[in-house]
Design a protein around this ligand. Structure first.
Ligand SMILES: [Fe+2]
Ligand SMILES: [Fe+2]
Length: 145
């Protein structure tokens, strides 16, 4: 699969699963866009924050599907995703209620995301690669008479 990364995702955070790296790149891109918007002069739309959290949910389900397809275990990782999403939504609720500022929220999201890639997604990628290597290669039928 050919991927076209925009350069927001640091190379050190690539996990060598292209379908997942592309989504990590998109998440960093959205965080960067929100940071830029929050330093601009206009009011910040909370819809973009909701969009980021929805995209994270979608991303977590993609990782779950990739693990299932490869036959890799994912129970603990899925649990961490659920806990993380709860914490992120709680932090964003604080922004809505005015008890946390958007910059604090974005610093939190960025720190959390980088840590999650290093501590959970990298081992996950290794186990997916291992499972893919172990699974039998499909033998295609020969063509022609
Ligand atoms: Fe991830
Ligand atoms: Fe993950």
């Amino acid at each position: 699969m050919e991927i076209n990364l925009l350069g927001v995702l640091p190379e050190a955070l690539l996990i060598d699963l292209p379908e997942i790296d592309v989504q990590h790149e998109e998440i960093f891109r959205r965080i960067e866009q929100l940071k830029a918007d929050c330093y601009g002069s206009g009011p910040v739309s909370f819809d973009e924050f909701d969009g980021l959290l929805d995209y994270l949910k979608y991303h977590f389900s993609t990782e779950e599907s990739v693990a299932a397809e490869a036959g890799a275990s994912f129970g603990e990782h899925a649990k961490i995703h659920r806990q993380n999403l709860r914490k992120l939504r709680k932090a964003f609720d604080e922004v809505r209620q005015g008890t946390r500022d958007v910059h604090s929220f974005l610093r939190y999201v960025e720190y959390w995301f980088e840590r999650h890639i290093n501590e959970e997604d990298k081992p996950f990628a290794s186990s997916v690669r291992e499972c893919r290597l172990k699974s039998p290669v499909a033998i295609l039928p020969e063509s022609g008479p």
